[in-house]
Design a protein around this ligand. Structure first.
Ligand SMILES: Cc1cc2nc3c(=O)[nH]c(=O)nc-3n(C[C@H](O)[C@H](O)[C@H](O)COP(=O)(O)OP(=O)(O)OC[C@H]3O[C@@H](n4cnc5c(N)ncnc54)[C@H](O)[C@@H]3O)c2cc1C
Length: 457
């Protein structure tokens, strides 16, 4: 059965403006933000209701064609691209409605193509708070955030996307609609099928509706920028803060390599001498509370070796600049190096110091520039190897994962597995878990049409 027949059958139930075959438009779906792979799909579909999706899934089963959901393509693991020469993209861009902000239940009901920042703003208008904040929150979708298990700086206090998920409507690879959970925020009623869809990368079903818990808006949020003469001194402070009865919203860190590039674009404090910086965000009720927390954090960090300075950020423009600098690190590396190899790994929080030290040491032995930055508060390190002209020696990545494994870590903290980490996942979690995942996949998608060969082969 040919692609031509597939297209003819599609036209029986979906309007022609929802079927894209124009190479110029399709080119926009041939790369994600990993920029490691390029593969142009032959067909892009833009359904506008779930009945169309049910029929598309059924037809894809009949034609045994791979179907890959697309949120906004900001994935950094190749998860929204196909391996095959001929496959279909199911773009969720028309599923972009915030259906309801239900104030009485503190629940948002959204379609999967809603941009994360749009939901955050809409919740804010109702004096409510949707905390998850991946750095891509102005471009990624809620559906993509669930499918990749996305998180962000506020995970220290508020957790990640999955912690807000109370319900999902999905269409499985069998073409069956499942309504999982809903507006209830607690449940103890059999297997938790909702969580199976978190980090499932579109391999089990197409998410068509999402129920998310909202919180009351925090009263006040305050940012502190702290500079150190060495990243290793800075890392010591994280555990001290957390074990002294302080739970910041976020504790982010920037290393010397990243600062060297950020300082060319941003006006960050102590740019001439800082070789590592911490960005801490705290929540407080009143001025007195704020002063108390500031003093407590100051006393902890200022007693540490390598401490340079402590900057409570009073102006909102400065605060925006600091967060914008933190969120730009990945993009700035891409602008400055022809090859950026990323590893978003996670280790138990107390091991960050040792893991970064080992990684920086062996990168120096190989003569490769490396940056380790990210979420100090939850053990999630973004490792970026930066090369110009020269291809990165593959043993560097193997060594990186060996170190992460040695410390009890995992190959991905928030970006997912996709294509990039598919071949190393079983080293971390073992063959038995991969076999169980494959059995689960078969239940939801017996003909293996949904995002084939991602996460495991
Ligand atoms: C500059 C930048 C900063 C980033 N910062 C962060 C960060 O701080 N934290 C973080 O976690 N990630 C971050 N990312 C990675 C990326 O933004 C996230 O993985 C995001 O969740 C992907 O969302 P998307 O809508 O672009 O999904 P896509 O990239 O389009 O798709 C991602 C996966 O989700 C699946 N999918 C999408 N929609 C659906 C659906 N409706 N049903 C089923 N499956 C679906 C796709 O098939 C694919 O497997 C960043 C990326 C960039 C470029």
């Amino acid at each position: 059965m040919s692609r031509k027949d597939f297209l003819t059958s599609l036209k029986n139930f979906i309007s022609s403006d929802s079927i894209i075959t124009d190479p110029d438009i399709i080119a926009g779906y041939s790369e994600d933000k990993s920029t490691l792979y390029k593969n142009t799909p032959k067909i892009v579909l833009r359904p506008s209701n779930k009945d169309e999706i049910i029929k598309i899934v059924a037809l894809s089963r009949e034609f045994r064609r791979t179907l890959i959901c697309w949120g906004k393509g900001t994935s950094v693991t190749g998860s929204c691209l196909g391996f095959e020469e001929d496959y279909t993209i199911l773009s969720m861009e028309r599923f972009n409605k915030i259906v309801e902000i239900d104030r009485s239940n503190l629940i948002a009901v959204v379609e999967p193509g809603v941009i994360t920042s749009d939901l955050k703003s809409e919740a804010q208008k109702c004096n409510l708070f949707y905390p998850p904040d991946p750095a891509s929150f102005e471009s990624s979708t809620i559906g993509g955030n669930i499918a990749t298990g996305a998180g962000g700086p506020s995970a220290v206090k508020y957790g990640v996307t999955k912690d807000y998920l109370t319900g999902l409507d999905v269409i499985t690879g069998r073409g069956e609609e499942l309504k999982l959970g809903g507006k209830v925020v607690k449940k103890s009623s059999g297997y938790n099928l909702i969580d199976l869809f978190v980090s499932s990368e579109g391999t089990l079903g197409v998410i068509t509706k999402i129920y998310l818990k909202l919180l009351p808006k925090p009263l006040n949020i305050f940012t502190i920028y702290i500079t150190f003469s060495d990243i290793f001194y800075l890392l010591n402070s994280v555990n001290l803060i957390l074990t002294n009865n302080i739970l910041p919203i976020s504790i982010e860190y920037i290393d010397d390599t990243a600062l060297d590039f950020l300082n060319k674009r941003f006006n960050l404090p102590d740019s001439d001498k800082s070789r590592g910086s911490l960005i801490i965000q705290i929540e407080h009720d009143c001025e007195e509370d704020k002063e108390y927390l500031l003093l407590k954090i100051y006393n902890i960090v200022s007693s540490l070796k390598g401490f340079i300075n402590f900057y409570p950020i009073h102006s909102s423009s400065k605060e925006r600049e600091i967060w914008s600098a933190r969120r730009s690190i990945g993009e700035i590396f891409k602008e400055n190096f022809s090859i950026v190899v990323k590893a978003d790994i996670v280790v138990p929080r107390g091991c960050i110091f040792n893991v970064i030290k080992e990684i920086k040491n062996f990168a120096a032995d190989y003569g490769v520039l490396v940056s380790c930055f990210g979420h100090a508060g939850d053990g999630n390190i973004h490792i970026n190897y930066l090369c110009d002209k020269k291809i990165l020696d593959p043993s560097i990545i193997q060594n990186t994962y060996s170190i992460v494994k040695k410390y009890g870590g995992l190959p991905s903290g928030e970006h997912g597995i996709g294509m990039v980490k598919r071949d190393i996942l079983s080293d971390f979690i073992g063959g038995s878990q991969i076999s169980i995942m494959k059995e689960i996949k078969k239940i939801f998608d017996p003909d293996n049409i949904l995002n084939k060969s991602k996460i495991f082969s």
